[in-house]
Design a protein around this ligand. Structure first.
Ligand code: AMP
Length: 238
């Protein structure tokens, strides 16, 4: 994929678990040469390393509930302060509550916009919409590579050899919270706590939706178009 070197600012991907945020975030990150920041991945790393934060988050995540905002803020702030975020970054899985969205706006205002043109750096907020039955199928079919993080789906994007990563031959794993009873809880948390985040951005006229029921490359094409349109508008404003 062609890589684009100009600055891009924050990109936020919204959508229910299983909408394809991780896959699309990886593609955006690769195309624009910016980091993908997934709060779910960072939390899973903490759980694996057995940090204090990991110990506090572990059982909550296993139940499919949201980790309290106060635990998330410090973690996100320290990640966004890394030098690799200066040109922009793509957030996947954050913000997950309207309070987190408000926190992010304040953080960007105070820390990110300091040395940048504000209009060029307002977040691009993209929601990936997917039919509920498709979501269940995607979540139950999801597999990931524990070594490189690549995501597969046994129905729609299977690896060449079943259960083995194409890139590094690691045995693929099923996420702990991709079991059916936990999946329902995660979708509930989305309906109750995360859906209002889209309303938050919509009320600020910053939300764009794409059709996530289409094949993965078509979803990517829609997202890239949204990003490029936004950049063209920002360039005209400056
Ligand atoms: P994900 O990989 O984004 O589906 O996240 C997996 C789990 O991590 C979620 O079910 C939550 O328990 C937790 N989590 C991830 N991101 C957040 C967040 N922004 N706020 C609260 N909990 C989160």
């Amino acid at each position: 994929m062609e890589r684009i070197e100009r600055g891009i600012g924050p990109i936020i991907l919204l959508g229910p678990p299983g909408a394809g945020k991780g896959t699309q975030a990886q593609r955006i990150a690769e195309r624009y040469g910016i980091p993908q920041i997934s709060t779910g991945d960072i939390l899973r790393e903490h759980v694996q390393r057995g940090t204090d934060l990991g110990a506090q988050a572990k059982d909550i995540m296993a139940r499919g509930e949201l980790v309290p905002d106060e635990l998330i803020y410090g973690m996100v702030a320290s990640r966004l302060r890394h030098a690799d975020c200066e040109r922009g970054f793509v957030l996947d899985g954050f913000p997950r509550t309207p309070a987190q969205a408000g926190w992010l706006d304040a953080f960007l205002e105070h820390e990110f916009f300091e040395n940048q043109h504000r209009e060029q750096c307002l977040p691009i907020v993209i929601r990936i919409d997917v039919d509920y039955n498709q979501l269940l199928r995607r979540l139950t079919g999801r597999r990931s590579c524990p070594t490189c993080g690549r995501i597969y789906n046994i129905y729609s994007q299977p690896p060449q050899v079943p259960e083995v990563c194409d890139d590094d031959s690691s045995r693929l794993v099923i996420r702990n919270d991709d079991r059916e009873e936990v999946i329902r809880e995660r979708l509930n948390a989305y309906e109750l706590q995360t859906k209002p985040v889209a309303e938050y951005y919509d009320s600020k006229r910053r939300l764009v939706s794409v059709n996530g029921d289409l094949p993965v490359d078509k979803v990517t094409a829609q997202i890239m178009r949204v990003i490029e349109d936004h950049r063209a508008d920002a360039a005209n404003l400056s």
